[in-house]
Write a protein that binds this ligand. Structure first.
Ligand code: 7RM
Length: 633
C-alpha cells in the first residue's frame, strides 16, 4: 500500500516531524521512567509523585505516579483561568442547529463548582459513585467535571441505552445518585429520559437522589428522591474547592461489553489518565492554541470522555459539543458547523463517514471547509473508499487523516499516524504512540518478531499511564480477561497485521464483541435481551457485514413451542423488546428461527459457522442440524 505524503499545508509546521517522533518514541521505550517523569511535569500537582510506575501483568497490577496528589478537574479548568479564563472552553450546538451556547473557561468553572456544591449538599462524598444518564447537553459535561472536582466516581451511561442497562449498571457499582435530564433530543425526536430512569430504578432502594436537568417539558418527580437542577442551583455558591486526590483514586467507571457475561465496569484513575489523554490529544491532533476542535462522539463512550472533555480541556482547547446527528436536518450538518465555527480538527467514526459518503459530495462542497487541518477517525477499521473520501472530498487533500486505534480499556489513543511525523497509509492506524509497546503473538503466545509482514493477536508489553486498573468489584475478571491468555502481556482482544514498514493494520475483534456503527456491544448482552422477550428458548447472536454500520446484528433463535403468533409477528416483538429494554442500536437486522444451534462437545455455540450462514457464505448448518425456517437463510 502506497503512503499518502504529508499534506503541503502541514509540512514543517507540525508539533513533531518524523525524526522527532523517532527520537521521542525511542526515549519513551528506552527510558520510560525518564520520559513519563518529564511529561508529568506538564500537569498541575498538589504534591509530586514518589514513584513513576510499578506494574506486574502477571498479577494484573498497574499503578502510576503513586504518592502524588492531584485533581483532574483542577487540571482541566482552574489552572487555565489566569492565562485564558475568557477563552471559549465549550461551544455547544443544539439538535435543531438554531441554538449555540459558548462557555468560557471561567464560566465552565462556575457551572461545575455549583453542581459540585449541589452534589455535596445532597450527601455525596469522595469515593461515592454517581450514574449520569443524559443526552449531549452542556450540563452533561458540567456534571462529569463536578464529580471529578470532589472525587466522586462518575459512571456515564450512554443516553441511547434503555432501562435495563441503567438497572444493571447502577446496581453493579452501587450508585448513590443518578443525574439525568427530563428529555433528550436527537434528530428532531424527543425522548423522555426521566421516565426511562424511573423504570431503570424500579426495585432499587439505595439511590438517594435523582438530580434532573430540565431539558424540555416538566416530568413527574418522586417526592423525597428527585430534585430539579435549576432549583438546587438557587441554593449553592459559585465556589467549590477541588479535592486533593491520590493519583490512583478512581476517576470514573465506564461499562464496556465483553464476549461473555454482563458489561464490565472499566475503572480509570486520576493522574495517569489525565496525563495520557492530554498528551495524546496534543500530538494526535497536532494541537495549536487557537484550534476549534470537534469530536463528534457521544460522551457516553470512552471517545467522548477522553477526547471531548478530559484531554481537550486539560490542554486548554476550545471543544465543540454537539447534540444532534450527522444527517439531521441534512447530510451537510458537520460541514455547516465546520464553516460556522471555523473548526480545525474533526474526530468521528468510519460509520458516520460511510453514511455521509453515500449522500453525495454536494452536501460537503456546499460549505467552506478551509479551516480544517486534521481529520480523525476511531472505533472500527476504516475501509479504503471511506478513507479516500474523507481525505479527498472532505479534506481537499489538505488535511492529515489520523486513524486512531484504542479501546475503553486503554483510556487513550495507542496507535495512530501523528500528523507531520508519520505518513499515512489508508486503512492502517500506523505506529504506536510514545510509550506504547505493541506486539503480535501467535495462538501459543509466541511473539511474532522481525521486519516481515505478520498477523496475530495484538498485545501490549509495557504499561502506559491510562491503562484501566481493574474491573469494578471484580479484579479476578480483570486478570482473567486481559492477562491470562498471554501471560505477562495485556491482551487487547483484537487481531492485527504488521507490515514490513512496521505499520499496524487492525483486523478486528478476535472475540465475540460486536461493533455496530462504532458502538461496542457484546453478543451475550443482546442474547440475554432476546431471551427475555419470552418468545425463544435459546439464541445466538453474531455480527453480519453491513455497508454503513460495519456490522449488523443477526440472531439465530429456537422458538418456544406452541406460540400462536406468526413468525413475522414474533420477530417484530423481539425487535421491539430489544429496542425498549437494551437499546435501539442493539436491534437485530436479521432473525432466523432454527430448530437447533451448532455446538461443540463442551456446549459452546459455534459462532464461526453461524457467521458464515448469516453472511450468506454457507446455506445451512451442514450435518450438524437443520433449519426450522430455511427460506430465510
Ligand atoms: C475507542 C473505542 C474498542 C474496539 C477495539 C477495536 C475497535 C477502535 C479502531 C478500531 C480499527 C481503529 N473504544 N477499534 N478503533 N478498529 N481501527 N482505528 O472505540 O472500547 O468502544 O472499542 O474498537 O476492535 O478493540 S471501544
Amino acid at each position: 500500500m502506497k503512503k499518502i505524503p504529508i499534506p503541503m499545508s502541514l509540512q514543517k509546521k507540525t508539533l513533531c516531524d518524523s525524526s522527532q517522533y523517532e527520537a521521542l518514541y525511542k526515549q519513551s521505550v528506552d527510558d520510560p521512567e525518564g520520559f513519563w517523569n518529564e511529561q508529568a511535569e506538564q500537569l498541575a500537582w498538589f504534591k509530586k509523585w514518589d514513584r513513576t510506575f510499578h506494574f506486574d501483568f502477571h498479577k494484573a497490577e498497574v499503578k502510576w505516579f503513586t504518592g502524588g496528589k492531584i485533581n483532574v478537574c483542577y487540571n482541566c479548568l482552574d489552572r487555565h483561568i489566569e492565562s485564558k479564563g475568557d477563552k471559549t472552553a465549550i461551544i455547544w450546538e443544539d439538535d435543531s442547529g438554531k441554538l449555540t451556547k459558548k462557555y468560557s473557561y471561567k464560566e465552565v468553572l462556575i457551572e461545575v463548582s455549583k453542581i459540585a456544591n449541589i452534589l455535596k449538599r445532597n450527601g455525596l462524598k469522595k469515593g461515592d459513585r454517581v450514574a449520569i444518564y443524559m443526552g449531549m447537553i452542556p450540563e452533561l459535561a458540567f456534571a462529569t467535571l463536578a464529580c471529578a472536582r470532589i472525587g466522586v466516581v462518575h459512571s456515564i451511561i450512554f443516553g441511547g441505552f434503555s432501562y435495563e442497562a441503567i438497572n444493571t449498571r447502577v446496581k453493579d457499582s452501587d450508585c448513590k445518585m443518578v443525574i439525568t435530564a427530563s428529555h433528550s433530543k436527537r434528530a428532531g425526536k424527543t425522548i423522555n429520559l426521566k421516565a426511562i430512569v424511573d423504570k431503570g430504578l424500579e426495585g432499587i432502594d439505595f439511590i438517594e437522589k435523582v438530580l434532573v436537568v430540565k431539558h424540555g417539558e416538566n416530568v413527574p418527580m418522586q417526592k423525597g428522591r428527585d430534585v430539579w437542577l435549576h432549583e438546587e442551583l438557587e441554593l449553592v455558591g459559585v465556589e467549590c474547592e477541588a479535592e486533593l486526590l491520590d493519583s490512583e483514586d478512581p476517576l470514573f467507571i465506564l461499562y464496556t461489553s465483553g464476549s461473555t457475561g454482563k458489561p464490565k465496569g472499566v475503572v480509570h484513575t486520576q493522574a495517569g489518565y489525565i496525563l495520557y489523554t492530554s498528551l495524546t490529544h496534543k500530538y494526535v491532533f497536532d494541537l495549536r492554541e487557537d484550534d476549534i476542535y470537534f469530536c463528534a462522539a457521544d460522551l457516553g463512550w470512552i471517545t467522548g470522555h477522553s477526547y471531548i472533555i478530559y484531554g481537550p480541556l486539560a490542554n486548554g482547547t476550545t471543544t465543540v459539543m454537539f447534540e444532534s446527528t450527522p444527517t439531521y436536518p441534512h447530510a451537510g450538518r458537520y460541514w455547516e458547523m465546520v464553516e460556522k465555527y471555523k473548526i480545525t480538527s474533526l474526530y468521528t467514526a468510519p460509520t458516520a463517514i460511510r453514511a455521509l459518503l453515500k449522500e453525495g459530495d454536494e452536501h460537503v462542497k456546499k460549505f467552506d471547509r478551509s479551516s480544517l487541518r486534521i481529520l480523525g477517525t476511531v472505533g472500527e477499521p476504516i475501509n479504503y473508499d471511506a478513507w479516500m473520501w474523507y481525505y479527498q472530498v472532505v479534506g481537499n487533500e489538505n488535511c492529515a487523516i489520523v486513524d486512531t486505534w484504542w479501546q475503553t480499556e486503554t483510556g487513550g489513543v495507542m496507535i495512530a499516524p501523528l500528523p507531520g511525523a508519520i505518513e499515512a497509509k489508508p486503512g492502517s492506524a500506523a505506529k504506536p504512540f510514545f510509550g506504547i509497546q505493541p506486539c503480535l503473538v501467535d495462538a501459543e503466545g509466541r511473539e511474532l518478531a522481525g521486519d516481515s509482514e505478520v498477523t496475530g493477536n495484538l498485545c501490549i508489553k509495557h504499561s502506559w499511564p491510562s491503562q484501566m486498573r481493574t474491573v469494578y468489584g471484580d479484579h479476578e475478571r480483570f486478570k482473567e480477561t486481559y492477562f491470562t491468555k498471554f501471560p505477562g502481556m495485556f491482551y487487547t482482544g483484537d487481531g492485527a497485521k504488521r507490515d514490513a514498514d512496521g505499520y499496524y493494520w487492525i483486523i478486528g475483534r478476535n472475540d465475540d464483541v460486536l461493533n455496530v456503527a462504532g458502538h461496542r456491544l457484546g453478543t451475550s448482552e443482546v442474547e440475554s435481551s432476546v431471551i427475555k422477550s419470552a418468545k425463544v428458548v435459546e439464541c445466538a447472536v453474531v455480527g453480519k457485514a453491513h455497508e454503513v454500520k460495519g456490522e449488523s446484528i443477526f440472531v439465530f433463535a429456537i422458538l418456544r413451542p406452541n406460540l400462536s403468533e406468526s413468525h413475522e409477528e414474533i420477530k417484530q416483538h423481539i425487535r421491539r423488546h430489544v429496542k425498549d429494554t437494551l437499546s435501539p442500536i442493539a436491534m437485530p437486522d436479521g432473525i432466523l428461527f432454527v430448530s437447533d444451534l451448532p455446538k461443540t462437545r463442551s456446549g459452546k455455540i459455534m459462532r464461526r459457522i453461524l457467521r458464515k450462514i448469516a453472511g450468506g457464505e454457507q446455506k445451512d448448518f451442514g450435518d450438524i442440524t437443520t433449519l426450522a425456517d430455511p427460506a430465510v437463510a
